[in-house]
Design a protein around this ligand. Structure first.
Ligand code: UDP
Length: 194
């Protein structure tokens, strides 16, 4: 697959639709996928923090979340087709999940936001099965949350802990999971909860 490397980070050369189709194919094949949607802030964080950079490099795909990354690629004369944001990817994945009756897990945000997000998804995407929801204020040292996700085997786990917490949490726990998409979606639950 074609990539454009910006400051050491390999960005997938894709657009929003092709990217969600790719994720769907991987779900159908039972593959495990770690997705980072990286904006310029993420790129700068990775430059400064070696451990975070190592986590970013463990991602299956890094996509350009932000016009700044798309512009940087153009300046390098290796243009990327368009930005692919965490929020838009989440909404597209929910649409696919609703069509295909996928099972999802929601991890992150304040509990009231999380409960509102659960309700909104249940109303708008009735065929999705939400197999679990955990707010983002749990003990990071404990394996409990990751272990329960590993047992539930959701097709998609949306991780809304903000950056770099969500990328670090996925990278640190990835080996426990056998399959499914794990994607950091920042403040997207707040957006959906309204
Ligand atoms: N969040 C969380 N646990 C934390 C810190 C933040 O679940 O320990 C959630 C927060 O409630 C919000 C989301 O992460 O829903 C994004 O937070 P923030 O806007 O601070 O992240 P950023 O803008 O840095 O991605």
């Amino acid at each position: 697959m074609k990539h454009v490397t910006i400051m050491g980070i390999p960005f997938l050369h894709t657009n929003q639709q092709s990217f969600v189709d790719l994720l769907d194919q991987r779900i159908q094949r039972g593959e495990k996928t770690f997705v980072i949607t990286a904006n310029p802030e993420v790129v700068m964080k990775a430059r400064k923090d070696t451990q975070f950079m190592q986590h970013v490099q463990r991602a299956t795909y890094v996509v350009a979340d932000g016009i700044g990354v798309v512009k940087a690629a153009s300046l390098l004369k290796q243009p990327l087709p368009e930005r692919v944001t965490g929020f838009d990817t989440m909404i597209h994945l929910l649409e696919i999940a609703n069509k295909k009756h996928y099972r999802i897990f929601l991890l992150g945000a304040q509990n009231d936001t999380l409960q509102k997000t659960v309700k909104k998804i249940e109303q708008q995407y009735p065929n999705i099965k939400i197999v679990g929801a955990q707010d983002g204020y749990f003990n990071w040292e404990s394996n409990e949350v990751a272990d329960s996700i590993a047992k539930l085997q959701p097709d998609i786990t949306f991780v809304a802990l903000g950056c770099p917490r969500q990328e670090n949490w996925i990278a640190n726990n990835l080996s426990k999971f056998n399959q499914g998409v794990f994607i950091g979606v920042g403040g997207s639950f707040d957006g959906i909860a309204g």
